[in-house]
Design a protein around this ligand. Structure first.
Ligand code: SAM
Length: 253
């Protein structure tokens, strides 16, 4: 079995790029997650990234890059400060990214993994239990539906969204679920001025605004990444999110 997190050269890469390093227990948890994904891939189409390096870089490192403002010390941008006991949701988590690596790295954060695919959520519930991640809760639901549920609407302080749709679609899923003062992290690859302008307009309609954009290069393949941070500063109008399917089919502009 290939090892993802015990390779000695990785410890420098954690430190240099994330300003954070896992302890021995967390390293073992990342390794156990890798093994669970390889096993789960036999029944479910969880991920095509199965080589150890790819898994570490494109799943573990990439997931943690979005929470760097909170991993080590206090956030450098004051508006990114999170409420104590903050609740986190990973929208469209798939095989648990970015939510599971974040749950391992930040064991005191209560993290909800949301996906509309029942099989993936059933698998994630089992893996979270096997890894002893008592801070993880799983929900099978559409983001458009959960966004109107009284227990979940405007209930989260941090919403993570990776590879779920266009920026406008992701913003429409995330902002209704955030409490005022909460932050949405949109994990993107390339980033364009047009996308940024569209997102500014859309975020305003949904009760938020863009507060930070962090460009990254991944540490092994040097691929381009951008983490986009939106602050929720007003209530989201109750017309959002729109009915199931509409945010993806007709993204706000
Ligand atoms: N976030 C993961 C990652 O980066 O590896 C998974 C990305 S996968 C391409 C997109 C996932 O989002 C799928 O598992 C899909 O079921 C889920 N999804 C898409 N639209 C959704 C919605 N409206 N509500 C909940 N989950 C959704």
């Amino acid at each position: 079995m290939a090892s993802i997190s015990r390779l000695p050269e990785y410890s420098d890469r954690w430190r240099h790029s994330l300003h954070w390093q896992p302890d021995a227990y967390q390293q073992a948890s990342f390794q156990a997650l890798y093994e669970a994904i390889l096993e789960g891939n036999r029944q479910l189409n969880l991920t095509r990234l199965t080589a150890a390096d790819d898994f570490w870089e494109k799943h573990v490192w990439d997931s943690l890059s979005g929470v760097v403002p909170w991993l080590g010390q206090e956030p450098t941008v004051q508006e990114l400060a999170l409420a104590p006991g903050h609740r986190v949701i990973d929208i469209g988590t798939g095989a648990g990214f970015p939510g599971l690596p974040v749950a391992i790295a930040c064991p005191t954060w209560p993290i909800t993994l949301l996906d509309s695919t029942r099989k993936k959520i059933a698998w994630l519930a089992g893996v979270s239990q096997d890894l002893g991640l008592t801070n993880v809760t799983t929900i099978t639901e559409r983001a458009e539906t959960l966004g109107h549920h009284p227990d979940h609407r405007q209930a989260y302080d941090l919403a993570l969204v990776r590879a779920v749709g266009s920026v406008a679609t992701c913003a429409e899923y995330a902002l209704p679920l955030l409490a005022q003062g909460g932050v949405a992290v949109l994990y993107r690859g390339q980033w364009t001025v047009a996308e940024q302008e569209q997102l500014q307009t859309v975020a305003t309609r949904l009760g938020g605004h863009l507060i930070q954009l962090r460009p990254w290069r991944t540490p092994l393949s040097h691929s381009v990444r951008h983490c986009v941070y939106l602050l929720k500063d007003r209530d989201t109008p109750h017309t959002y999110p729109r009915a199931v399917g509409l945010p993806a089919k007709f993204p706000l502009a």
